[in-house]
Design a protein around this ligand. Structure first.
Ligand SMILES: NS(=O)(=O)c1ccc(C(=O)NCc2c(F)c(F)c(F)c(F)c2F)cc1
Ligand SMILES: [Zn+2]
Length: 249
């Protein structure tokens, strides 16, 4: 039996991600604080091919690497970061800025360790997860990305993992930490509406050759006929009545 249509259509408002960010209608919120990144390079653990992308996982059994301040109450524990990219350099980011797409987007994923005991539990609550989004724009080879990319041949097929320790995540952050923020969802199944999105306004660089390495990852396991993760970005979703806030006027 299909989804029953209710005539009170507004009661099915969705807070899905990604969205197009209209920089002119974003609202400056002077009560937004600067972001505070406290990352310990020793908490980096491994790189895993999860099929639709690769995750760089961090040890998240204690609050050694946390994100705090900004729009957040308390501290959110770092658990992994990953990227979204496109089949060509013309698209790839999940969020858009005034309709402009970047060739890729970095997501740094944290969960609310003050209130919840795991990512899985936090993902069931609107204040459970905080993801920092960083756009990648075409430019010079990014040395911080190189140390990740040279390991991708070890996780070529779905399910493969390799050790990856001592990573300085700050090297993937731009100088300017001004951001837009809005309430949204995970951008892959199960699309839980548990994410405080924090999108940095300044992009970092990536070279075309580095992006090509992302597209050589396989979404198939080693004993299947190979097919490649050529793109993994979700289309933008309706903003509905949500407001996007900006940390600067
Ligand atoms: N692109 S993004 O919005 O930054 C994003 C971040 C994390 C995840 C994720 O961890 N998925 C697996 C996963 C879940 F989706 C859960 F809901 C859960 F409870 C898990 F434990 C879990 F591993 C999905 C999308
Ligand atoms: Zn993501």
């Amino acid at each position: 039996m299909g989804l029953h249509y209710s005539h009170h259509k507004h009661c099915l408002t969705h807070h899905q991600s990604p969205i197009n960010i209209n920089t002119r209608t974003a609202k400056y919120n002077p009560s937004l604080k600067p972001l505070k990144f406290s990352y310990d390079p020793k908490t980096a653990k491994r790189i895993v091919n999860v099929g639709h992308c690769f995750n760089v996982e961090f040890e998240d059994i204690c609050d050694k690497s946390v994100l705090s301040e900004g729009p957040l109450d308390g501290h959110y524990r770092l658990c992994q970061f990953h990227f979204h990219w496109g089949s060509s350099d013309r698209d790839g980011s999940e969020h858009n800025i005034d309709g402009h797409l970047y060739p890729a987007e970095l997501h740094i994923v944290h969960w609310n360790s003050k209130k919840y005991t795991s990512f899985a539990e936090a993902a069931k609550h609107p204040d459970g997860v905080a993801v920092v989004g960083v756009f990648l724009k075409l430019g010079n080879t990014n040395p911080a990305l190189q140390s990740i990319i040279e390991n991708l041949d070890k996780v070529k097929t779905k399910g493969k993992a390799c050790p990856f320790t001592e990573f300085h995540l700050n090297g993937l952050l731009p100088e300017d930490l001004n951001y837009w923020t809005y309430m949204g969802s995970l951008t892959t199944k199960p699309y839980f509406e548990c994410v405080t999105w924090i999108i940095l306004q300044e992009a970092i660089t990536v070279s075309s050759q580095q992006l090509e390495q992302f597209r050589r990852l396989q979404c198939t396991s080693e004993n299947e006929n190979p097919s490649f993760i050529l793109e993994n970005h979700r289309p933008v979703q309706p903003l509905d009545h949500r407001v996007v806030y900006s940390s600067c006027p």
